[in-house]
Design a protein around this ligand. Structure first.
Ligand code: NDP
Length: 264
């Protein structure tokens, strides 16, 4: 009889080295905290909020641990190389990468500025590719790793009446990039999955709320079959699962956490 798997330890991330981009606030912060709660050390990557990232790192290291913060713009190849060099110098390896950094520039298609289009793609798509490539090289060398790209229900459906086609296109591309990298890097024992959240209340979405206060009750909540929007905490279990050995036979998957929003 085959030896029984140690189910209790399948979600254990003790000693694993994780990089979370955009980890200072919102979804990224919750994901960084969740990975650390399961034993991982976390490199928190931010563009402009280094003090918040350093505060978070102090909390994560309070009971011991080797988490740290790095300032890097994921859209800047030189910054990304510096990030990968920093991770290698500190840890010598990388087990988990969460490509979470993202941005949104809403606007009507007929007047949409090319600069906004390019800024959206630079962070949401180029950033995912560049960081995956740089950290992926470490994973290829060690022959193991799990990459989790934060996609979106906006990569699956047009969330009318909101107009942010660049954002939708960038997230759809992230889903396809996830499948391409999963295929290409399977031979290196690297799993690549995406997490596609529905509406989650964070600073990114608060801006829309300020302009359209009724939007939560009249549109966002009602578009999910569960009739509400989600919280950052409700994404935590999924990222731990995808990062862990519990997901050892899961790759190229677009894992949906949206309260049933994309069902109809
Ligand atoms: P927030 O705006 O609250 O946080 C975004 C984070 O990304 C910040 O930490 C920010 O760092 C970082 N960031 C942005 N651009 C860059 C960059 N070029 N380089 C490095 N870091 C960057 O967003 P959310 O937490 O709401 O969103 C996180 C992810 O989840 C995004 O990819 C988003 O598209 C996705 N998502 C969000 C949903 C939602 O409803 N909130 C739904 C579906 C997907 P800094 O502050 O230092 O610039």
């Amino acid at each position: 009889m085959a030896p029984k798997r140690d189910y209790a330890r399948m979600f254990d991330l003790t000693g694993r080295k994780a990089i979370v981009t955009g980890g200072s606030r919102g979804i990224g912060r919750a994901l960084a905290e969740a990975l650390a709660a399961h034993g991982a050390d976390v490199c928190v990557v931010v563009r402009s909020t280094l003090p918040q990232a350093e505060e978070l790192v102090a909390e994560l290291n309070a009971g011991g641990g080797d988490s740290f913060a790095i300032q890097a713009d994921v859209a800047d190849p030189a910054d990304v190389e510096r990030l990968a060099a920093g991770v290698e110098a500190r840890w010598g390896r990388a087990d988990i990468l969460v490509n979470n950094a993202g941005t949104i520039y809403p606007g009507d298609a007929e007047t949409y500025a090319l600069s906004d289009w390019r800024a959206t793609m630079a962070t949401n798509l180029d950033g995912v590719f560049l960081v995956s490539q740089a950290i992926g090289r470490l994973m290829i060398r060690q022959k193991s790793g799990s990459i989790i790209n934060i996609g979106s229900m906006s990569g699956r459906i047009v969330n009318w009446p909101f107009k942010h086609s660049a954002y939708n296109v960038s997230k759809a591309a992230v889903h396809m990039l996830t499948k391409c990298l999963a295929t290409e890097w399977a031979e290196h024992n690297i799993r690549v999955n995406a997490l596609a959240p529905g509406y989650i209340l964070t600073e990114l979405t608060e801006e829309v709320l300020r302009e359209n206060p009724d939007v939560v009750n009249n549109h966002w909540a009602k578009s999910a079959v569960q009739n509400r929007i989600g919280t950052v905490d409700e994404l935590a279990g999924s990222v731990v699962y995808l990062a862990s050995d519990a997901a050892s036979f899961t790759t190229g998957e677009i894992h949906t956490v949206d309260g049933g929003l994309t069902l109809r």
